[in-house]
Design a binder for this molecule. Sequence first.
Ligand SMILES: Nc1ncnc2c1ncn2[C@@H]1O[C@H](COP(=O)(O)OP(=O)(O)OP(=O)(O)O)[C@@H](O)[C@H]1O
Ligand SMILES: [Mg+2]
Length: 463
Amino acid sequence: MTENKGTIHVIDDEPIIHEVLSQLLTSEGYDVELSSSGEEALEKHSSQFFDVTLLDLLMPGLDGIEVLKGIRKVDPQAIVIIITAYASVESAISAMKMGAYDYIQKPFKHEELLIIIARALEHKSLRDENIRLKDELSRRYGFDNLIGQSQPMQKIFDLIRATAPTRSTILIQGESGTGKELVARAIHQNSERRHFPFVVVNSGSLPPDLLESHLFGHVKGAFTGAVSQKSGLFETADRGSIFFDEISSVGLETQAKLLRVMQDKEFMRLGGTKTIRVDARIIAATNADLEELIGRKAFRQDLFYRLNVIKIELPPLRERKDDLPLLVNHFIDIYSRENKKEIEGISDDVLEILEGYDWPGNVRELENLIERAIVLSKSKLITRNTLPPFLLNRRPESGDIPAAEAGEQGFKDQIQDYQKKVILNALRRAKGVQKKAARSLGLKPTTLNEMIKRLKIDVESLF
Ligand SMILES: Nc1ncnc2c1ncn2[C@@H]1O[C@H](COP(=O)(O)OP(=O)(O)OP(=O)(O)O)[C@@H](O)[C@H]1O
Ligand SMILES: [Mg+2]
Protein backbone atom coordinates (compact mmCIF):
# COMPACT_ATOMS: atom_id res chain seq x y z
CA MET A 1 0.00 0.00 0.00
CA THR A 2 1.19 3.53 -0.81
CA GLU A 3 1.13 6.26 1.84
CA ASN A 4 -1.88 8.54 2.01
CA LYS A 5 -1.20 11.71 0.03
CA GLY A 6 -4.42 13.54 0.85
CA THR A 7 -8.16 13.33 0.46
CA ILE A 8 -9.77 14.17 -2.87
CA HIS A 9 -13.46 14.95 -3.11
CA VAL A 10 -14.96 14.08 -6.49
CA ILE A 11 -18.26 15.77 -7.30
CA ASP A 12 -19.82 14.40 -10.47
CA ASP A 13 -23.22 12.99 -11.37
CA GLU A 14 -21.91 10.26 -13.68
CA PRO A 15 -21.34 6.86 -12.02
CA ILE A 16 -18.70 5.93 -14.59
CA ILE A 17 -16.58 8.95 -13.66
CA HIS A 18 -16.87 7.98 -9.99
CA GLU A 19 -15.64 4.53 -10.83
CA VAL A 20 -12.73 5.58 -13.04
CA LEU A 21 -11.49 8.40 -10.82
CA SER A 22 -11.77 6.51 -7.59
CA GLN A 23 -9.72 3.66 -9.05
CA LEU A 24 -7.11 6.01 -10.50
CA LEU A 25 -6.75 8.20 -7.43
CA THR A 26 -6.75 5.35 -4.92
CA SER A 27 -4.02 3.59 -6.84
CA GLU A 28 -2.00 6.83 -6.64
CA GLY A 29 -2.29 6.84 -2.86
CA TYR A 30 -5.10 9.38 -2.41
CA ASP A 31 -8.18 8.88 -0.25
CA VAL A 32 -11.30 9.49 -2.30
CA GLU A 33 -14.73 10.78 -1.30
CA LEU A 34 -17.51 10.66 -3.92
CA SER A 35 -20.57 12.91 -4.24
CA SER A 36 -23.21 12.64 -6.96
CA SER A 37 -24.86 16.03 -6.56
CA GLY A 38 -24.09 19.57 -5.47
CA GLU A 39 -26.41 19.23 -2.48
CA GLU A 40 -24.65 16.12 -1.25
CA ALA A 41 -21.25 17.75 -1.78
CA LEU A 42 -22.08 20.89 0.20
CA GLU A 43 -23.43 18.78 3.02
CA LYS A 44 -20.07 16.99 3.21
CA HIS A 45 -18.05 20.20 3.02
CA SER A 46 -19.83 21.57 6.03
CA SER A 47 -18.53 18.77 8.22
CA GLN A 48 -15.42 17.36 6.52
CA PHE A 49 -12.16 18.69 5.26
CA PHE A 50 -10.74 17.87 1.81
CA ASP A 51 -7.32 18.63 0.39
CA VAL A 52 -8.57 19.00 -3.18
CA THR A 53 -12.04 19.00 -4.69
CA LEU A 54 -12.81 18.01 -8.31
CA LEU A 55 -16.04 19.62 -9.39
CA ASP A 56 -18.04 18.90 -12.54
CA LEU A 57 -19.65 22.15 -13.61
CA LEU A 58 -22.53 20.54 -15.48
CA MET A 59 -24.80 18.59 -13.17
CA PRO A 60 -28.53 18.34 -12.85
CA GLY A 61 -29.88 20.15 -9.79
CA LEU A 62 -27.64 22.70 -8.12
CA ASP A 63 -25.51 24.51 -10.71
CA GLY A 64 -21.71 23.92 -10.49
CA ILE A 65 -21.01 27.61 -9.93
CA GLU A 66 -23.43 27.64 -7.01
CA VAL A 67 -21.68 24.61 -5.55
CA LEU A 68 -18.34 26.39 -5.88
CA LYS A 69 -19.75 29.44 -4.11
CA GLY A 70 -21.13 27.24 -1.35
CA ILE A 71 -17.81 25.45 -0.86
CA ARG A 72 -15.84 28.71 -0.72
CA LYS A 73 -18.31 30.02 1.82
CA VAL A 74 -17.75 27.22 4.33
CA ASP A 75 -14.05 26.83 3.47
CA PRO A 76 -12.58 29.96 1.83
CA GLN A 77 -9.23 28.20 1.47
CA ALA A 78 -10.66 25.16 -0.36
CA ILE A 79 -8.81 24.13 -3.50
CA VAL A 80 -11.32 23.35 -6.23
CA ILE A 81 -10.45 22.05 -9.68
CA ILE A 82 -13.20 22.42 -12.25
CA ILE A 83 -14.00 19.62 -14.69
CA THR A 84 -15.64 20.99 -17.79
CA ALA A 85 -16.87 19.85 -21.18
CA TYR A 86 -15.04 21.31 -24.17
CA ALA A 87 -18.05 23.45 -25.06
CA SER A 88 -18.23 25.28 -21.76
CA VAL A 89 -14.77 26.70 -21.23
CA GLU A 90 -16.33 30.09 -20.58
CA SER A 91 -18.12 28.94 -17.48
CA ALA A 92 -14.85 27.36 -16.34
CA ILE A 93 -13.21 30.75 -16.68
CA SER A 94 -15.90 32.44 -14.67
CA ALA A 95 -15.41 29.72 -12.05
CA MET A 96 -11.71 30.60 -11.96
CA LYS A 97 -12.62 34.21 -11.33
CA MET A 98 -14.65 33.04 -8.37
CA GLY A 99 -11.65 31.40 -6.83
CA ALA A 100 -11.41 27.94 -8.44
CA TYR A 101 -7.77 26.83 -8.49
CA ASP A 102 -7.65 25.42 -12.06
CA TYR A 103 -9.76 23.62 -14.64
CA ILE A 104 -9.43 20.60 -16.87
CA GLN A 105 -11.38 19.78 -20.04
CA LYS A 106 -13.17 16.55 -20.71
CA PRO A 107 -12.00 14.22 -22.09
CA PHE A 108 -8.67 14.38 -20.25
CA LYS A 109 -5.71 12.06 -19.96
CA HIS A 110 -5.23 10.53 -16.52
CA GLU A 111 -1.67 11.77 -16.47
CA GLU A 112 -2.87 15.33 -17.03
CA LEU A 113 -5.30 15.19 -14.10
CA LEU A 114 -2.66 13.71 -11.79
CA ILE A 115 -0.26 16.55 -12.62
CA ILE A 116 -2.87 19.22 -11.87
CA ILE A 117 -3.71 17.54 -8.55
CA ALA A 118 -0.05 17.26 -7.58
CA ARG A 119 0.51 20.92 -8.40
CA ALA A 120 -2.57 21.92 -6.38
CA LEU A 121 -1.33 19.99 -3.36
CA GLU A 122 2.06 21.58 -3.60
CA HIS A 123 0.45 25.02 -3.77
CA LYS A 124 -1.58 24.15 -0.70
CA SER A 125 1.36 22.97 1.34
CA LEU A 126 3.33 26.11 0.45
CA ARG A 127 0.39 28.25 1.44
CA ASP A 128 -0.12 26.40 4.72
CA GLU A 129 3.57 26.74 5.48
CA ASN A 130 3.36 30.44 4.78
CA ILE A 131 0.44 30.85 7.14
CA ARG A 132 2.26 28.86 9.81
CA LEU A 133 5.38 31.01 9.44
CA LYS A 134 3.34 34.19 9.62
CA ASP A 135 1.65 33.00 12.80
CA GLU A 136 4.98 32.16 14.33
CA LEU A 137 6.44 35.51 13.29
CA SER A 138 3.63 37.45 14.86
CA ARG A 139 3.95 35.44 18.03
CA ARG A 140 7.67 36.08 18.21
CA TYR A 141 7.87 39.61 16.82
CA GLY A 142 4.56 41.11 17.79
CA PHE A 143 3.36 42.77 20.94
CA ASP A 144 -0.38 43.32 20.72
CA ASN A 145 -0.59 45.27 17.47
CA LEU A 146 3.02 46.41 17.62
CA ILE A 147 5.34 44.77 15.14
CA GLY A 148 9.12 44.77 15.26
CA GLN A 149 11.98 42.33 15.14
CA SER A 150 14.74 44.93 15.29
CA GLN A 151 16.88 45.21 18.39
CA PRO A 152 15.45 48.62 19.38
CA MET A 153 11.86 47.40 19.07
CA GLN A 154 12.60 44.23 21.05
CA LYS A 155 13.94 46.50 23.79
CA ILE A 156 10.74 48.56 23.66
CA PHE A 157 8.69 45.36 24.06
CA ASP A 158 10.78 44.44 27.12
CA LEU A 159 10.24 47.89 28.58
CA ILE A 160 6.48 47.66 28.03
CA ARG A 161 6.40 44.22 29.61
CA ALA A 162 8.35 45.42 32.64
CA THR A 163 6.53 48.70 33.24
CA ALA A 164 2.95 47.90 32.24
CA PRO A 165 1.99 46.23 35.54
CA THR A 166 3.29 49.15 37.66
CA ARG A 167 1.52 52.39 38.47
CA SER A 168 4.35 54.60 37.23
CA THR A 169 3.76 57.51 34.94
CA ILE A 170 5.24 56.95 31.51
CA LEU A 171 6.56 59.41 28.97
CA ILE A 172 6.71 58.19 25.40
CA GLN A 173 8.92 60.19 23.12
CA GLY A 174 9.19 59.78 19.37
CA GLU A 175 8.71 61.39 16.00
CA SER A 176 5.28 61.54 14.44
CA GLY A 177 4.00 58.17 13.27
CA THR A 178 6.45 56.04 15.28
CA GLY A 179 3.66 54.31 17.19
CA LYS A 180 3.41 56.27 20.44
CA GLU A 181 -0.32 55.73 20.80
CA LEU A 182 0.06 52.05 20.01
CA VAL A 183 2.66 51.71 22.78
CA ALA A 184 0.40 53.54 25.23
CA ARG A 185 -2.43 51.14 24.40
CA ALA A 186 -0.14 48.14 24.78
CA ILE A 187 0.88 49.37 28.25
CA HIS A 188 -2.74 49.71 29.25
CA GLN A 189 -3.66 46.31 27.80
CA ASN A 190 -0.87 44.60 29.67
CA SER A 191 -1.80 46.03 33.03
CA GLU A 192 -4.52 45.18 35.52
CA ARG A 193 -6.21 48.35 34.33
CA ARG A 194 -7.21 46.80 31.02
CA HIS A 195 -10.72 46.13 32.37
CA PHE A 196 -11.17 49.87 32.85
CA PRO A 197 -11.14 52.71 30.30
CA PHE A 198 -8.20 53.89 28.20
CA VAL A 199 -8.97 57.56 27.67
CA VAL A 200 -7.23 59.60 24.98
CA VAL A 201 -6.78 63.34 25.45
CA ASN A 202 -6.18 65.13 22.15
CA SER A 203 -4.82 68.16 23.91
CA GLY A 204 -3.59 69.88 20.76
CA SER A 205 -7.00 70.35 19.21
CA LEU A 206 -8.58 72.29 22.08
CA PRO A 207 -8.26 75.84 23.45
CA PRO A 208 -7.02 75.84 27.09
CA ASP A 209 -10.38 76.57 28.77
CA LEU A 210 -12.13 73.86 26.89
CA LEU A 211 -9.31 71.40 27.59
CA GLU A 212 -9.64 72.02 31.33
CA SER A 213 -13.38 71.48 31.35
CA HIS A 214 -12.86 68.32 29.30
CA LEU A 215 -10.25 67.05 31.73
CA PHE A 216 -11.81 67.99 35.03
CA GLY A 217 -15.48 68.44 34.19
CA HIS A 218 -17.52 71.39 35.37
CA VAL A 219 -20.52 72.26 37.51
CA LYS A 220 -23.66 73.94 36.23
CA GLY A 221 -23.03 77.62 35.58
CA ALA A 222 -19.22 77.36 35.85
CA PHE A 223 -18.97 79.39 32.63
CA THR A 224 -21.27 80.65 29.91
CA GLY A 225 -22.66 77.61 28.20
CA ALA A 226 -22.23 75.29 31.16
CA VAL A 227 -25.92 74.56 31.32
CA SER A 228 -25.56 71.37 33.28
CA GLN A 229 -22.85 69.67 35.26
CA LYS A 230 -20.50 67.34 33.45
CA SER A 231 -17.85 64.89 34.56
CA GLY A 232 -14.41 65.08 33.00
CA LEU A 233 -12.01 62.66 31.34
CA PHE A 234 -10.11 62.06 34.59
CA GLU A 235 -13.26 60.69 36.16
CA THR A 236 -13.92 58.54 33.12
CA ALA A 237 -10.39 57.16 33.36
CA ASP A 238 -10.76 56.18 37.03
CA ARG A 239 -8.98 52.85 37.62
CA GLY A 240 -7.89 52.93 33.96
CA SER A 241 -5.33 54.97 32.05
CA ILE A 242 -5.40 58.49 30.64
CA PHE A 243 -3.24 59.15 27.58
CA PHE A 244 -2.05 62.65 26.69
CA ASP A 245 -1.54 62.46 22.97
CA GLU A 246 0.81 65.49 22.74
CA ILE A 247 1.66 66.73 26.20
CA SER A 248 3.70 69.70 24.92
CA SER A 249 0.55 71.29 23.55
CA VAL A 250 -0.97 71.59 27.03
CA GLY A 251 -0.76 75.24 28.17
CA LEU A 252 1.30 76.29 31.19
CA GLU A 253 -1.72 76.97 33.37
CA THR A 254 -3.26 73.59 32.68
CA GLN A 255 0.15 72.03 33.27
CA ALA A 256 0.07 73.42 36.80
CA LYS A 257 -3.33 71.83 37.42
CA LEU A 258 -2.14 68.57 35.96
CA LEU A 259 0.81 68.55 38.29
CA ARG A 260 -1.53 69.03 41.24
CA VAL A 261 -3.70 66.09 40.19
CA MET A 262 -0.62 63.93 39.89
CA GLN A 263 0.57 64.86 43.34
CA ASP A 264 -2.73 64.77 45.21
CA LYS A 265 -4.67 62.29 43.06
CA GLU A 266 -7.64 64.56 43.53
CA PHE A 267 -9.15 67.65 41.95
CA MET A 268 -12.32 69.70 41.68
CA ARG A 269 -14.64 70.17 38.75
CA LEU A 270 -14.47 73.68 37.22
CA GLY A 271 -16.55 75.93 39.47
CA GLY A 272 -17.02 73.09 41.92
CA THR A 273 -16.21 72.79 45.62
CA LYS A 274 -16.23 69.05 46.11
CA THR A 275 -12.90 67.23 45.76
CA ILE A 276 -12.96 64.16 43.58
CA ARG A 277 -10.47 61.35 44.03
CA VAL A 278 -9.32 59.41 41.01
CA ASP A 279 -6.91 56.62 40.36
CA ALA A 280 -5.88 57.09 36.73
CA ARG A 281 -2.52 56.13 35.36
CA ILE A 282 -1.02 58.91 33.30
CA ILE A 283 0.73 58.12 30.05
CA ALA A 284 2.01 61.06 28.04
CA ALA A 285 3.45 61.23 24.56
CA THR A 286 5.39 63.90 22.81
CA ASN A 287 7.14 64.46 19.56
CA ALA A 288 8.78 67.64 20.85
CA ASP A 289 12.03 68.04 22.75
CA LEU A 290 10.58 68.80 26.19
CA GLU A 291 13.92 69.80 27.65
CA GLU A 292 14.30 72.40 24.95
CA LEU A 293 10.77 73.66 25.75
CA ILE A 294 11.72 73.85 29.43
CA GLY A 295 14.68 76.01 28.43
CA ARG A 296 12.26 78.38 26.68
CA LYS A 297 9.91 78.30 29.69
CA ALA A 298 7.22 76.74 27.53
CA PHE A 299 7.04 73.60 29.64
CA ARG A 300 7.15 73.21 33.42
CA GLN A 301 10.23 71.49 34.69
CA ASP A 302 8.46 70.04 37.73
CA LEU A 303 5.80 68.47 35.55
CA PHE A 304 8.50 67.07 33.31
CA TYR A 305 10.16 65.35 36.27
CA ARG A 306 6.83 63.92 37.35
CA LEU A 307 6.09 62.58 33.89
CA ASN A 308 9.55 61.38 33.10
CA VAL A 309 9.63 58.62 35.70
CA ILE A 310 9.87 56.05 32.94
CA LYS A 311 10.82 57.17 29.48
CA ILE A 312 10.20 55.12 26.37
CA GLU A 313 11.95 56.48 23.32
CA LEU A 314 10.58 55.19 20.07
CA PRO A 315 13.24 55.09 17.36
CA PRO A 316 12.34 56.51 13.96
CA LEU A 317 11.73 53.95 11.25
CA ARG A 318 14.89 54.94 9.34
CA GLU A 319 16.94 53.63 12.28
CA ARG A 320 15.31 50.20 12.25
CA LYS A 321 14.88 49.35 8.61
CA ASP A 322 15.16 45.64 9.36
CA ASP A 323 11.55 45.97 10.56
CA LEU A 324 10.41 47.01 7.07
CA PRO A 325 9.62 43.53 5.65
CA LEU A 326 7.57 42.56 8.72
CA LEU A 327 5.70 45.86 8.79
CA VAL A 328 5.05 45.67 5.06
CA ASN A 329 3.58 42.18 5.43
CA HIS A 330 1.54 43.26 8.42
CA PHE A 331 -0.04 46.14 6.50
CA ILE A 332 -0.54 43.98 3.40
CA ASP A 333 -2.52 41.56 5.57
CA ILE A 334 -4.65 44.32 7.01
CA TYR A 335 -5.36 46.25 3.83
CA SER A 336 -5.78 43.34 1.44
CA ARG A 337 -8.40 41.95 3.79
CA GLU A 338 -10.04 45.35 4.07
CA ASN A 339 -10.07 45.78 0.27
CA LYS A 340 -10.94 42.14 -0.36
CA LYS A 341 -7.87 41.57 -2.51
CA GLU A 342 -5.58 38.59 -2.51
CA ILE A 343 -2.16 40.18 -2.35
CA GLU A 344 0.74 38.04 -1.26
CA GLY A 345 3.67 40.40 -0.97
CA ILE A 346 5.91 42.92 -2.65
CA SER A 347 8.48 42.44 -5.37
CA ASP A 348 12.16 42.57 -4.38
CA ASP A 349 12.83 45.80 -6.24
CA VAL A 350 9.98 47.51 -4.38
CA LEU A 351 11.42 46.40 -1.04
CA GLU A 352 14.76 47.81 -2.13
CA ILE A 353 13.16 51.16 -2.94
CA LEU A 354 11.43 51.19 0.46
CA GLU A 355 14.70 50.37 2.17
CA GLY A 356 16.42 53.25 0.40
CA TYR A 357 13.93 55.81 1.67
CA ASP A 358 14.13 57.76 4.92
CA TRP A 359 10.50 57.66 6.09
CA PRO A 360 10.08 61.11 7.65
CA GLY A 361 6.48 60.15 8.48
CA ASN A 362 7.66 56.85 9.95
CA VAL A 363 5.31 53.86 10.26
CA ARG A 364 2.22 55.92 9.48
CA GLU A 365 3.75 56.97 6.15
CA LEU A 366 4.59 53.35 5.35
CA GLU A 367 1.08 52.27 6.30
CA ASN A 368 -0.48 54.90 4.00
CA LEU A 369 1.82 53.88 1.19
CA ILE A 370 0.95 50.19 1.45
CA GLU A 371 -2.76 50.96 1.65
CA ARG A 372 -2.48 53.02 -1.53
CA ALA A 373 -0.46 50.30 -3.29
CA ILE A 374 -3.06 47.67 -2.41
CA VAL A 375 -5.87 49.80 -3.74
CA LEU A 376 -3.99 50.39 -7.01
CA SER A 377 -2.59 46.91 -7.37
CA LYS A 378 -3.82 44.71 -10.20
CA SER A 379 -1.67 41.66 -9.47
CA LYS A 380 -0.91 39.40 -6.50
CA LEU A 381 2.39 41.17 -5.99
CA ILE A 382 2.85 44.84 -5.21
CA THR A 383 5.03 46.24 -7.97
CA ARG A 384 6.80 49.54 -8.72
CA ASN A 385 3.91 51.02 -10.65
CA THR A 386 1.79 51.24 -7.49
CA LEU A 387 4.36 53.42 -5.72
CA PRO A 388 3.95 57.19 -5.61
CA PRO A 389 6.05 58.83 -8.35
CA PHE A 390 8.35 60.73 -5.98
CA LEU A 391 9.72 57.45 -4.62
CA LEU A 392 10.49 56.15 -8.09
CA ASN A 393 12.19 59.32 -9.24
CA ARG A 394 14.49 59.58 -6.27
CA ARG A 395 18.13 59.01 -6.92
CA PRO A 396 19.42 56.58 -4.30
CA GLU A 397 21.93 59.03 -2.88
CA SER A 398 19.56 61.99 -2.75
CA GLY A 399 19.11 61.42 0.98
CA ASP A 400 22.77 62.08 1.60
CA ILE A 401 23.95 65.48 2.55
CA PRO A 402 27.13 66.58 0.77
CA ALA A 403 30.15 66.08 3.00
CA ALA A 404 31.40 69.67 2.87
CA GLU A 405 28.03 71.00 3.90
CA ALA A 406 27.75 68.40 6.63
CA GLY A 407 31.19 69.14 8.06
CA GLU A 408 30.51 72.80 8.64
CA GLN A 409 27.21 72.50 10.45
CA GLY A 410 26.18 71.24 13.84
CA PHE A 411 24.04 68.15 14.17
CA LYS A 412 20.79 69.98 14.90
CA ASP A 413 21.24 72.42 12.03
CA GLN A 414 21.84 69.58 9.61
CA ILE A 415 18.73 67.75 10.76
CA GLN A 416 16.70 70.94 10.47
CA ASP A 417 18.02 71.60 6.98
CA TYR A 418 17.11 68.11 6.01
CA GLN A 419 13.62 68.41 7.47
CA LYS A 420 13.19 71.67 5.56
CA LYS A 421 14.15 69.99 2.31
CA VAL A 422 11.78 67.09 2.87
CA ILE A 423 8.90 69.41 3.72
CA LEU A 424 9.60 71.75 0.81
CA ASN A 425 9.65 68.80 -1.58
CA ALA A 426 6.37 67.51 -0.23
CA LEU A 427 4.78 70.96 -0.49
CA ARG A 428 5.99 71.32 -4.05
CA ARG A 429 4.53 67.92 -4.95
CA ALA A 430 1.26 68.85 -3.30
CA LYS A 431 1.21 72.18 -5.15
CA GLY A 432 1.25 73.98 -1.83
CA VAL A 433 -1.78 72.21 -0.38
CA GLN A 434 -0.61 71.58 3.18
CA LYS A 435 -3.20 68.94 3.98
CA LYS A 436 -2.08 66.93 0.97
CA ALA A 437 1.60 67.39 1.76
CA ALA A 438 0.96 66.27 5.35
CA ARG A 439 -0.77 63.13 4.10
CA SER A 440 2.09 62.23 1.78
CA LEU A 441 4.54 62.57 4.67
CA GLY A 442 2.32 60.65 7.03
CA LEU A 443 2.10 63.68 9.33
CA LYS A 444 -0.94 65.19 10.90
CA PRO A 445 -1.76 68.52 9.20
CA THR A 446 -1.36 70.30 12.54
CA THR A 447 2.08 68.72 13.00
CA LEU A 448 3.19 69.82 9.53
CA ASN A 449 1.88 73.32 10.11
CA GLU A 450 3.71 73.49 13.41
CA MET A 451 6.94 72.33 11.72
CA ILE A 452 6.56 74.88 8.92
CA LYS A 453 6.34 77.61 11.57
CA ARG A 454 9.16 76.23 13.69
CA LEU A 455 11.52 75.77 10.76
CA LYS A 456 10.47 79.16 9.36
CA ILE A 457 9.71 77.66 5.98
CA ASP A 458 8.64 80.32 3.53
CA VAL A 459 5.72 78.64 1.79
CA GLU A 460 5.24 81.64 -0.53
CA SER A 461 8.75 81.24 -1.90
CA LEU A 462 7.70 78.01 -3.57
CA PHE A 463 5.68 79.67 -6.26
N1 LIG B 1 5.47 49.01 15.43
C1 LIG B 1 4.32 49.13 14.77
N2 LIG B 1 3.69 48.03 14.33
C2 LIG B 1 2.52 48.13 13.66
N3 LIG B 1 1.90 49.28 13.39
C3 LIG B 1 2.47 50.42 13.80
C4 LIG B 1 3.71 50.40 14.52
N4 LIG B 1 4.04 51.68 14.81
C5 LIG B 1 3.07 52.45 14.29
N5 LIG B 1 2.12 51.71 13.69
C6 LIG B 1 0.92 52.22 12.99
O1 LIG B 1 1.26 53.48 12.45
C7 LIG B 1 0.23 54.44 12.66
C8 LIG B 1 0.75 55.57 13.53
O2 LIG B 1 0.95 55.11 14.86
P1 LIG B 1 0.59 56.01 16.14
O3 LIG B 1 -0.69 56.75 15.92
O4 LIG B 1 0.69 55.17 17.34
O5 LIG B 1 1.82 57.03 16.04
P2 LIG B 1 2.14 58.31 16.92
O6 LIG B 1 3.56 58.19 17.30
O7 LIG B 1 1.13 58.44 18.00
O8 LIG B 1 1.99 59.46 15.84
P3 LIG B 1 1.64 61.04 16.09
O9 LIG B 1 2.82 61.65 16.76
O10 LIG B 1 1.50 61.58 14.69
O11 LIG B 1 0.40 61.10 16.90
C9 LIG B 1 -0.91 53.68 13.30
O12 LIG B 1 -1.82 53.30 12.32
C10 LIG B 1 -0.25 52.49 13.93
O13 LIG B 1 -1.13 51.41 13.98
MG1 LIG C 1 -0.42 59.91 18.24
